[in-house]
Design a binder for this molecule. Structure first.
Ligand SMILES: [Zn+2]
Length: 681
């Protein structure tokens, strides 16, 4: 990036041309190929430098300069559509000073327009700027008829079929008297949790990873096969009613309320504020809580609330004059790689792991980061002793961005993957492309430890006292050779109590917890078996459908794939696992040892929350959402993602947002985690 080290006044016409080409190149990667090579922050700097140079030398400006267009061309495979209204981009500011100046500029324009009394200050709405994909939806007579990507702002791609599969976009507006036409702008995004799950699946399948949720959302929305899009779990939040004037709506806040009434999911918006101090405070509050949100944001948007004033202010060639985007800095941290070790997963996958000098990043302390596989490690050339920049992919998964080569010392050492399993010494099996290394020894103690702790985990059989340290001790003592052995521990109570640091009380407690786990039910058991791609959600769906593990064993791969929301990969993985003789033997033993494998033995009517609908929001004090969902569903309740009139309870934790307001509007009963636990008791 030598072009960035030149100040704008030092640019020659040749430098200018090179900068134009560079930005055009990155535009193509970003908009057309969904695979950016540089962080957004660097891109923003390049673009600002270009604007500065063109301001100094207006005569140099080329017709194909990236500043002359909104960015992005149209991929040929999807049908092109002309937007009913142009999709403008926003002017970006990067500091509080720039934001204050932008607000002053907008106030000046409002005063010049002469329609506001001199003592009346215009008010602004402040919203989160989701890092997703902007789309325009058109409803005619209440029906969703057209959805398009932004494209170049004038012409986008028709992705109507794909958008029909996205949560939060109703096929029909919820109104008895639908308006002739509704044009809505919003953002399609992939939630952080869905992004993490998608990349984990892709990694397990040996596919390339998405760099961030926006690329994952863009790549998923523009697929030609809508059924694949449907499995990618995209979400939508509306942020603008483009034809609000048709409904006589006066303000942005009212327009969003109307969209919510019609059943669209809408971006949370704070009450309008007028003073610069209040606007700054609102953007700061968004920045402070950015890591608590379920989706990734890269800034805040400040918009004039009064829609008539917006029309008067109008637009420049590519941006409206009545709004401004505040960009937050991307968060990364520099630290040292103290060591590189390998970790062995439940399925025998061996992956290099960097042990870092602990460093604070985006709200948590990071001390380990996966280096994925031998091929990835070789490409990035991360060595022991190196300084590296780390970031959180999708705000959740710590990842190494780059090595600081200028700080590499003479003593830094490349890491070589071992040829033998560090746990059992079996020869490791490496795939041809170097992206997959596995220990295939079924008796490998490291894999067994992962299996046992997963089986005993809170989303599975929930056996307190069988965490990593205790499980390792029991494996070491020869008391556990597979998960079924957990249920024979009662026969070895004396051995247990005699282990170092155990004693009668802890062994008694563990045995009681193990006994209780026999009644967790087949969904928890299926989750605990740790079959690749069969997590707790898939396990519950499968058991709801088949009723017992016995029924599951007589079903085929096609039967599994026919279950709603069970994909082909999951179906194949499950049927392959069930076909193995050792799997059948394991299930037979578990049943023989008294572990419940049938769902129908737990009477449906007796379940505490039978038929009740729950929505979860905010951060709960003790439970993760996954754990709370598992508890609710185990008691016969149902967990849905959006609050509606059918919702019975909203379980609200700290920092609850839009769902809480929606629940209050609809008079849905709002309870805490403690109250939920009482319902479950
Ligand atoms: Zn091994």
């Amino acid at each position: 990036m030598q072009l960035l080290s030149l100040s704008a006044s030092d640019y020659s016409p040749t430098d200018y041309a090179a900068l134009v080409e560079l930005i055009r190149y990155h535009n193509r990667l970003y908009y057309d190929l969904d695979s950016p090579e540089i962080p957004d922050e660097v891109y923003d700097k390049l673009l600002r430098r270009l604007i500065d140079v063109e301001t100094l030398h207006p005569a140099w400006r080329r017709d194909d300069s990236p500043t002359m267009r909104i960015g992005g061309t149209v991929a040929m495979e999807l049908e092109s559509v002309r937007h009913p209204v142009p999709l403008l981009s926003l002017t970006d500011v990067f500091s509080q000073e720039e934001l204050a100046a932008a607000l002053e500029r907008i106030r000046g324009l409002v005063r010049e327009s002469g329609n506001t009394p001199p003592d009346e200050e215009p008010d602004f709405c402040v919203e989160e700027k989701i890092d997703g994909l902007s789309v325009l939806l058109t409803y005619e007579n209440g029906r969703f008829v057209m959805g398009a990507t932004r494209g170049d702002g004038e012409i986008g791609e028709n992705v109507t079929a794909n958008l029909r599969t996205v949560a939060g976009i109703p096929a029909r507006l919820e109104t008895a008297d639908p308006p002739e036409r509704v044009i809505v702008r919003g953002e399609v995004y992939m939630a952080k949790a869905d992004f993490a799950a998608l990349n984990a699946d892709r990694e397990a399948e040996g596919q390339s990873l998405f760099a961030n949720p926006r690329n994952a959302a863009a790549g998923s929305l523009r697929l030609l096969d809508a059924s694949v899009t449907a499995r990618r779990k995209l979400s939508f939040l509306a942020f603008q009613l483009e034809n609000a004037a048709d409904f006589g709506i006066a303000t942005h806040a009212e327009a969003l309320a109307e969209l919510r009434e019609w059943g669209l999911t809408v971006l949370p918006v704070s009450s309008p504020v007028a003073s610069t101090a209040e606007v700054l405070a609102a953007t700061e509050a968004i920045e402070e809580h950015r890591h608590d949100l379920p989706y990734q944001i890269d800034g805040a948007v400040v918009k004039l609330n009064n829609l008539a004033r917006r029309v008067e202010l109008g637009r420049t060639a590519k941006t409206p004059r009545w709004a401004v985007a505040v960009k937050f800095p991307a968060e990364e941290a520099e630290t040292v790689v103290n060591d590189i070790i390998v970790q062995i997963g439940r399925t025998g996958r061996v992956a290099p792991l960097a042990i870092l000098e602990p460093v604070r990043l985006a709200g948590s302390v990071i001390s380990r980061v996966t280096l994925h596989n031998a091929a990835w490690l070789a490409e990035k050339d991360v060595r022991i002793g190196d300084y590296v920049y780390i970031y959180k992919a999708g705000d959740v998964i710590p990842a190494v961005d780059r090595v600081v080569l200028s700080k590499r010392s003479e003593t830094s050492r490349p890491f070589v993957m071992p040829e033998n399993c560090p746990s059992c010494a079996a020869t490791l099996v490496v795939s041809e492309d170097g992206r997959d290394t596995r220990c295939v020894n079924p008796a490998c103690p490291a894999q067994l430890l992962r299996h046992i702790t997963h089986f005993a985990g809170r989303t599975a059989m929930d056996i307190a006292g069988l965490g990593e340290a205790n499980a390792a001790q029991l494996i070491e003592a020869g008391l556990l050779r597979n998960v079924a052995d957990i249920y024979t521990l009662a026969e070895h109570e004396a051995d247990l109590a005699g282990l170092p640091q155990w004693g009668e009380l802890s062994s008694r407690n563990l045995l009681n917890a193990i006994e209780a786990s026999k009644q967790r039910g087949p969904a928890a058991l299926l989750t605990g078996l740790g079959i690749e791609h069969v997590g707790s959600v898939a396990a519950r769906r499968l058991i709801n459908h088949f009723g017992s593990l016995t029924a599951l064993q007589s079903a085929s791969e096609a039967d599994f794939a026919a279950v709603r929301d069970i994909g082909a990969i999951t179906a194949r993985s499950l049927s392959t696992w069930l076909e193995r003789p050792e799997s059948r033997e394991l299930l037979r033993r578990l049943e023989e040892l008294g572990v419940e494998t049938r769902a129908d033995s737990i009477m449906a009517e007796q379940r505490a929350l039978q038929g009740q609908k729950f929505v979860l929001t905010g951060t709960l004090p003790n439970w993760t959402r996954e754990e709370a969902s598992a508890a609710i569903e185990a008691a016969g309740g149902e967990v849905t993602s959006a609050v509606s009139r059918q919702t019975d309870y909203l379980v609200a934790g700290e920092k609850a947002g839009g769902k809480l307001r929606r629940a209050q509007e609809l008079n849905v009963k709002i309870i805490s985690e403690a109250e939920l636990r009482e319902l479950l008791a």
